[in-house]
Structures are given as structure tokens and as C-alpha cells.
Design a protein around this ligand. Structure first.
Ligand code: 6GU
Length: 248
């Protein structure tokens, strides 16, 4: 998978050079490129924002630097479409790169989005700052990209960069080979629509608290039943919304 990141704070994404995602890049499973939006401005002050049409508070990101940056990414990509087709983009019959615009006004990003996007060959993230990006960028980009406007939840961040990092971590860990232990993907929260059961490790007695007896029984069927019941109880209590969806 190739990921292009366009931002006025490209250094924000240096965290992606650490840990599992950093190793995935070194191993060639993942290619991440950062671009500074200001490199695509044409004026001396490298201006990326301007006041909102119609008035109001804050500033809006001007459309032209985004179009210049996105056209550069497209130019670097063209010629790779056939390769993308072979590598799986063909499954959807759409070899255009996927443009993800992180925004609190987007669809809420879920494990389902992560699973779908993990199958895409080329993701481009365009996180805005200020009051957001001129809407015409989304309209224009739809001619060249599969465009997704995605939020990570119902709260407001200062910019889309942190949200992009969250989405990239959720997506890339599903690429085969990125996580050492693929089995750990199967039993975690949200994969089956339930929250994960509680987990324990040695010692069996700790500060007056004990590991539930069943987990020390060696009876794998009983353990599986106990874990399922715990996952269901936890989901009902903590996330009645998820539980209702599970039941339907
Ligand atoms: Cl994607 N961006 C910003 N600025 N705030 C958010 C968000 C995104 N998702 C939740 N809050």
C-alpha cells in the first residue's frame, strides 16, 4: 500500500516511522510519503488560508494549493494503475486512488471502513486545519479519486492530522504481514461487533485480586463460553448501541 499525506504540518506524521508501521515501511509492505501543502502555493507568503465566503469566524483553506498537491500525487502515481489492478484494486473495479478527507463533518470511521480501506492500493490523506477546506476541492477531486469524508468521532480536534494518524493505524495493521501475530486480529474488540472480554496474566493472586478460576481450569470449551459471555455482558453494559446492532 502507498499512502500520501498532504498537510501544513508534515512533521506531525513522523510518528508513523515508529513501531509496527515504521517496520512495515522498512520491509516494503507500506510506502508513506509526506508533502508540505505550502510547497504547492505560488505566493511569497505561502498562503494556504483565507476568510470564509459569506462571512463568519475563522479561516478556510484555499482550494488551489490542494489541487496542485493532489495533481502532483496523481502525476507521481500515473502508470501504476495496471499494477494497482493486479494488486487488488481490481476487486472494486475502480483503480483510482482513494482520497480521504478527515473532517468532523464526515461519516464516522469504523472497523468496517478500516477493513475496506486496507484492501485499497493507494490512499491519499488531505487533513485540513482552520474551519476546513474549500468544498470545491471535494467536488473537483471526485473526478480523479474515490473520495471519502471521514470523522473519527463526535468531538472537535484542531486539525485532521491526528485523525489521519488514527485511521492509518487502524487500516495498516490489517494489511497482511504488518502485525506479527495475525491471530490477534481475530479476537479483538469490534471485529465481531462485540467488545473484547477481560484479559489477565500471572500472578494468579495479585494484591488480593484473583484471576477467574475458569481461566486456570485448562478446559478450553468452558474458557471460550466464559469469554463469549463476558464479551456480551460488557457490550450490553458499556455499548448498548453496539449490542442493539448485534441483535438485529
Ligand atoms: Cl477527522 N477532524 C477534526 N478536525 N476533528 C475531528 C475529526 C476530524 N474527527 C473527529 N473530530
Amino acid at each position: 500500500m502507498r499512502i500520501d499525506l498532504i498537510s501544513i504540518f508534515p512533521e506531525f506524521f513522523e510518528v508513523l516511522d515508529l513501531s509496527l508501521i515504521g517496520r512495515a515501511q522498512q520491509e516494503g509492505l507500506l510506502q508513506i510519503r509526506r508533502h508540505n501543502l505550502r510547497d504547492y502555493t505560488a505566493d511569497k507568503h505561502r498562503t494556504v488560508d483565507s476568510p470564509p465566503a459569506g462571512g463568519g469566524a475563522g479561516m478556510v483553506m484555499k482550494p488551489e494549493p490542494w489541487a496542485q498537491a493532489l495533481e502532483q500525487v496523481l502525476a507521481e502515481t500515473s502508470g501504476n494503475e495496471d499494477a494497482a489492478e493486479e494488486l487488488g484494486a481490481g476487486k472494486t473495479g475502480d483503480s483510482r486512488p482513494t482520497l480521504i478527507i478527515p473532517t468532523p463533518s464526515g461519516e464516522v470511521f469504523t472497523q468496517g471502513h478500516a477493513q475496506e480501506l486496507a484492501g485499497h492500493q493507494h490512499l491519499v490523506f488531505a487533513p485540513g486545519r482552520f474551519e476546513g477546506i474549500d468544498e470545491r476541492v471535494t467536488e473537483w477531486a471526485a473526478g480523479h479519486f474515490q473520495v471519502r469524508r471521514l470523522s473519527i468521532g463526535d468531538y472537535v480536534l484542531n486539525g485532521g492530522e491526528a485523525a489521519a494518524v488514527v485511521m492509518i493505524e487502524a487500516i495498516t495493521r490489517l494489511i497482511p504481514g504488518v502485525i506479527g501475530n495475525e491471530a490477534s486480529l481475530e479476537e479483538e474488540s469490534h471485529t465481531d461487533g462485540l467488545l473484547e472480554y477481560p484479559v489477565y496474566t500471572k500472578p494468579a493472586q495479585w494484591r488480593g485480586h484473583q484471576i477467574p478460576e475458569v481461566l486456570l481450569s485448562g478446559n478450553h470449551a468452558r474458557i471460550a463460553d466464559w469469554r463469549r459471555a463476558q464479551a456480551e455482558a460488557r457490550t450490553q453494559q458499556t455499548r448498548p448501541d453496539l449490542w442493539a446492532r448485534c441483535q438485529s
